[in-house]
Ligand binder design. Structure first.
Ligand SMILES: [Zn+2]
Length: 325
């Protein structure tokens, strides 16, 4: 192994298991007002979060905070003038990797776990530990190291209320390596493909159906409400049970924009990005093909066409259609 790399590995090992600094204590207690404001912003109408009177009737017997707010209680807010942020072990770890050329960072995954609902009056603190540093790994972006941290959230009584495990790829961007060698592309000029959409538990089923030439719309199994894009819970009734219907593939352009820049490899420009009103009532973002940007109009009828990329990825795109009767 490269002696430089051996040295780096040794230095990285020393970070594993360390807390990044003293626990961060929330500036304020959990309050009904802050919960309500959060719910206003994201459009959550759950009475258990918003309304003390109706919350008494819920199984929580009072207002609780949405679990997804857990981290928000300890966030520091924007940088304040005159207040120097204390450097953490995580900053030092990032600096060390940058020193060795791994200058870019990308959050790759985040997992949250909740032990209990937070209630008004709770005061949250958070402590972050560097769990692991693994690498070097070759990735599509370049060679890099995966850094996993776990932040544990506690209440005033020091009991755990939840945790977040966050993984970051700290990598050496491919581009800078190419610039160093300054050689014309003599390597296999493999054509890059489009950036893949993230596929996880909540939406992989949708892409699998698309691969078979279907355009599904998620449907709540309890109240029947349609929703797109796929997500875990019905915002009408709160059910997590769902099935789907197949859209007929016809619709009209609700809005669009023509993208000229920035140009990523793997795409042909200009791209017409369209928001489509599907005949079934839901909307979907896609690209319009077989149409000059100047010919695209709001309200124009379109139909789906399934396009298979060179990498085998199937995408539901849209093209102009005859107006349906
Ligand atoms: Zn529902």
């Amino acid at each position: 192994m490269d002696p430089d790399l051996t040295e780096l590995e040794g230095r990285l090992q020393q970070f594993i298991g360390r807390t990044i600094g003293p626990p961060v204590v929330a500036r304020d207690c959990v309050t009904e007002a802050a919960i309500r404001q959060f719910c206003d912003v994201i459009g959550d109408r759950n009475p258990a979060y918003r309304d003390a009177e109706s919350a008494v009737e819920t199984r929580h017997a009072g207002v609780v905070a949405p679990p997804a707010m857990m981290q928000s209680w300890v966030l520091d807010g924007p940088p304040r003038e005159g207040i120097e942020k204390a450097r953490t072990e995580q900053d030092r770890l990032y600096d060390l990797l940058s020193e060795y050329g791994y200058t870019s960072a990308l959050g790759t995954s985040s997992e949250e776990h909740y032990e209990r609902y937070l209630r008004p009056g709770d005061k949250v603190s958070a402590e972050t530990v560097i769990e692991s540093v693994t690498g070097p790994k070759k990735t599509g972006l370049g060679e890099g190291w995966f850094i996993t941290t776990r932040t544990t959230f506690r209440d005033n009584a020091d009991a755990v209320v939840g945790w977040i495990e966050f993984r970051v790829l700290k990598f050496a961007p491919k581009q800078s390596v190419a610039r160093e060698s300054e050689q014309p592309a003599t390597r296999d000029p493999e054509r890059p493909s489009r950036i893949k959409p993230p596929m996880a538990r909540d939406n992989a089923w949708w892409w699998q159906a698309v691969e078979k030439g279907r355009l599904p719309i998620q449907r709540c199994a309890q109240c029947g409400q349609l929703r797109h894009p796929p997500r875990p819970m019905c915002d009408a009734c709160g059910s997590v049970e769902f099935d789907s219907i197949d859209a007929c593939g016809r619709g009209s352009v609700h809005s669009f924009t023509v993208v000229e820049h920035p140009q990523f490899p793997g795409y042909e420009y200009p791209i017409i990005v369209v928001l489509i009103d599907l005949a079934e009532g839901e909307r979907i973002v896609s690209n319009l093909i077989d149409c000059a940007p100047d010919d695209c109009r709001i309200g124009m009828p379109v139909e789906v066409v399934f396009e298979t990329g060179e990498d085998g990825m199937v995408l539901p795109l849209f093209r102009p259609a005859e107006a349906s009767s």
